[in-house]
Design a protein around this ligand. Structure first.
Ligand code: PLP
Length: 392
């Protein structure tokens, strides 16, 4: 049996996989079994922020492995504490809880917001308001928070206590801010929903309204956080101060992690027994994540990310390709909206040695490794422009 036949036989049918078998990765390249080279503009859906085989990241992990791989959260350890400290120092937030994925981080954020509200206002104020076209995860609560009807099927009953407002419509948001709402959750750039950045006026007005009513602001930075947009977090472009921030994906650079950051106001909300995770804060994963922060979260790296993002945006726009309707996003989180089928572009790019993602039927999504070289960006762009030109 081929690998693909065995996959069909033994794995649940939850993913549509691409028809290549990857052998290994190096830098921003992946190589398949036939030694065909692919430039990676996907980084494992925004996860492999340092590309492949990054020496410092690997050494950090190995050195932690040489000490111990896991202790459980009844012991403390330097690797986990030092990552939490770095995250707080970089973000200005007060405390961190570690989970293993984006969805888990958002679950924790929901619990934290509800407990804060319960402690202060009692029952009946537990509704989480999210935005339409958002994506927050696949657990039942985060799936319910996800503002896309197509996800709200089959798995009934869904949890209660969620409502949705139209992104970038302050009138609709104001209408949905009923007395039962305890928090608003949003992505600075909606990734899965089509790479749609929120507009600044909307975010500022939302945060102002929320503050007046002591409604918490949660930024889901799972996809756009940890230097992806050329800032520590996507929301940094709005100059706002959220109460809770969630991140995952690129923080781990390929090992599973989720993190929830909260401000001073929420720093004593959780008490022992309120929340937990067997693997959350795993020392090996945290050692790798510290290397990610050291390498990517500084002003030099931010300006390089912004430069490479602009290069991609301008190259595509300057070609005046008829098929291209819009190029949007920030840093190395970009969406190219086309008048055509994005999965065909993805397939053609793959044949030509470039990996890209889609976000819906007509958006090509680019999430390259954040340390990709300018030369590799240019090489990938050549392929992308060729494929866009030849689209039929
Ligand atoms: C914004 C956002 N939040 C949450 C998630 C869920 O993350 P995970 O798949 O790690 O649970 C994703 C995943 O794509 C995401 O993009």
């Amino acid at each position: 049996m081929t690998l693909f036949e065995e996959e069909n036989k033994y794995l649940m049918n939850t993913y549509g996989t691409l028809p290549i078998e990857i052998d290994y990765g190096q830098g921003s390249y992946l190589f398949d079994k036939n030694n065909k080279k692919y430039i990676d503009f996907t980084s494992g859906i925004g996860v492999n922020s340092l590309g492949y085989n990054n020496a410092d990241w690997k050494n950090s992990i190995i050195s932690q492995l040489n000490n111990f791989q896991h202790l459980s959260n009844i012991f403390t350890n330097n690797s986990t504490v030092s990552l939490a400290k770095k995250l707080c120092e970089l973000s200005g937030m007060s405390k961190v809880f570690f989970a293993n994925s984006g969805a888990e981080a958002n679950e924790c954020a929901i619990k934290l917001a509800r407990k804060y509200s319960f402690n202060k206002y009692g029952e009946g104020r537990g509704t989480i308001l999210s935005l339409k076209q958002s994506f927050h995860g696949r657990t039942l609560a985060t799936l319910t928070a996800t503002g896309q009807d197509k996800f709200h099927n089959y798995f009934f009953p869904f949890p209660t206590g969620f409502n949705y407002a139209t992104a970038n419509s302050i009138d609709d948001l104001q209408e949905k801010l009923t007395s039962d709402v305890c928090a608003i959750i949003m992505e600075a750039i909606q990734g899965e929903g089509g790479v749609h950045p929120l507009n600044k006026d909307f975010v500022l007005a939302t945060c102002k309204l929320a503050k007046e009513k002591d409604i918490l602001i949660i930024f889901d930075e799972v996809q756009c956080g940890i230097a992806r947009t050329g800032n520590l977090f996507g929301y940094n472009t709005f100059n706002v101060e959220p109460d809770i921030v969630t991140c995952a994906k690129g923080l781990g650079a390929g090992l599973p992690i989720g993190a929830v950051l909260c401000n001073e106001k929420l720093s004593t909300t959780f008490q022992p027994g309120d929340h937990g995770s067997t693997f959350g804060g795993n020392p090996v994963v945290c050692a790798g994540a510290s290397s990610v922060l050291n390498q990517l979260c500084n002003t030099n790296s931010y300006s390089e990310i912004i430069f490479k993002g602009k290069l991609i945006k301008e190259t595509i726009l300057n070609k005046n390709l008829e098929i291209v309707k819009d190029v949007r996003g920030l840093g190395l989180m970009l969406g190219i909206e086309i008048d055509g089928d994005s999965s065909i572009i993805q397939k053609k790019a793959l044949e030509n040695g470039l990996l890209v993602l889609t976000a819906g039927k007509n958006v090509i999504r680019l999430l390259p490794p954040l340390n990709i070289s300018v030369e590799d960006v240019k090489e990938g762009l050549k392929i992308l422009v060729k494929v866009l030109k030849e689209y039929k």
